[in-house]
Design a binder for this molecule. Structure first.
Ligand SMILES: Nc1nc(=O)c2c([nH]1)NC[C@@H]1CN(c3ccc(C(=O)N[C@@H](CCC(=O)O)C(=O)O)cc3)CN21
Ligand SMILES: CC(C)C(=O)C(=O)O
Ligand SMILES: [Mg+2]
Length: 307
């Protein structure tokens, strides 16, 4: 583990003078990697790095992760920010949606993701009901994620109404990523996972929510399921990065649920998902092959046994 990580190459901008141009690299170069620029020390990405990325116009990727091994894959691939989403509810814990997820559950998963990573900023979602009651409740919950799980930041859903919570968290030293537009914890109020911010009034409210989150001290804001033109407008008017999901290409960053982009999620995927792999198919094939080998007697072979 440590051996692998110590072989992480220097950023492309500062190659070792003696290194041949064909030197093998443990981590492929990618757009996200310049966020580590100049450190070379294996330190984690910070919210300041993300502020600098906004200034320089550098886009960055974010993925969800719910366990240590998957998180280590994304960390080694150079994904600079990992979200332990409450989407663990439907994608990891077998619930219908994100509503039932508890703080204890997400603290456990967040600890696993932190332990599996060395360089990514790990952001933990605050579960439904764990922050809306009061700024004090938000602070107690947020502190648990930093103290017990080692998260670098937390994320919460809501705009103007959550200003006191964001202020309390940031004042106490807990970086906050805000999440507006489609906020899945409000699915029972919204009546489904629909595009938000359509129409002049809703668009103005979304912009006001984004500006309120920035003013309250949030370091970034997720824009979920909003028209691309609106997301681009919000992005242009904010000094903090916007992280889009179903919000078009005009955002500063993009996030996807990892099981969606890897093709593990069963059933029909939202339109905004790009599927990069058929992991469900590949893993199913492997399981069927294993089963056939055992039933047919070809596994284990002599090379898998002790004599
Ligand atoms: N696997 C997974 N992926 C996600 O992106 C995700 C979760 N889970 N769980 C929490 C929320 C729920 N999300 C969702 C779920 C469904 C749609 C969806 O089906 N949207 C329609 C658009 C409907 C419209 O036009 O208004 C779509 O076809 O994309 C979108 C976001 C995003 N989050
Ligand atoms: C989709 C992202 C933004 C999220 O909140 C989650 O995965 O829970
Ligand atoms: Mg979430």
């Amino acid at each position: 583990m440590s051996e692998q990580h110590s072989s992480v190459p220097q950023p492309a901008a500062e190659p070792a003078a003696s290194a041949p141009p064909t030197a093998p690299q443990a981590v492929p170069e990618g757009p996200g990697l310049t966020l580590y620029g100049g450190t070379g020390t294996g330190r984690r990405v910070t919210v300041r790095d993300l502020a600098r990325a906004k200034q320089s116009g550098e886009k960055w990727p974010m993925l969800t992760a719910y366990d240590s091994m998957i998180a280590s894959v994304f960390d080694e691939a150079g994904i600079p920010v990992l979200l332990v989403g409450d989407s663990a509810g439907n994608n990891h814990l077998g619930y219908e949606n994100t509503i039932p997820v508890t703080v204890d559950q997400l603290v456990m998963l967040t600890g696993a993701v932190v332990r599996g990573t060395q360089r990514a900023l790990v952001v933990a979602d605050l579960p439904f009901g764990s922050y809306q009651v009061s700024p004090a409740q938000a602070l107690e919950t947020g502190a648990r994620f930093l103290k017990e799980a080692g998260a670098g930041a937390v994320k919460l859903e809501g705009g103007v109404a959550m200003v006191p919570q964001v202020e309390a968290l940031v004042t106490a030293g807990i970086p906050v990523m805000a999440h507006i537009g489609l906020t899945p914890q409000s699915v029972n109020v919204l009546g489904g996972y629909r595009v938000q911010g359509r129409g002049d009034e809703a668009a103005a409210q979304l912009l006001a929510d984004a500006k309120a989150m920035q003013a309250a001290g949030a370091f970034a804001v997720v824009l979920e399921l909003v028209p691309a033109e609106l997301a681009a407008k919000v992005t242009a008017q904010l000094d903090i990065p916007t992280v889009g999901i179903g919000a078009g290409s005009g955002c500063d960053a993009q996030v996807l649920v990892w099981t969606d982009m890897a093709g593990l999620t069963p059933g029909r995927l939202p339109k905004f998902v790009k599927q990069y792999l058929d992991l469900r198919g590949a893993l199913g094939d492997a399981a069927r092959e294993f089963a056939a080998d055992v039933v047919g007697g070809s596994y284990p072979g002599p090379e898998h046994a002790f004599h």
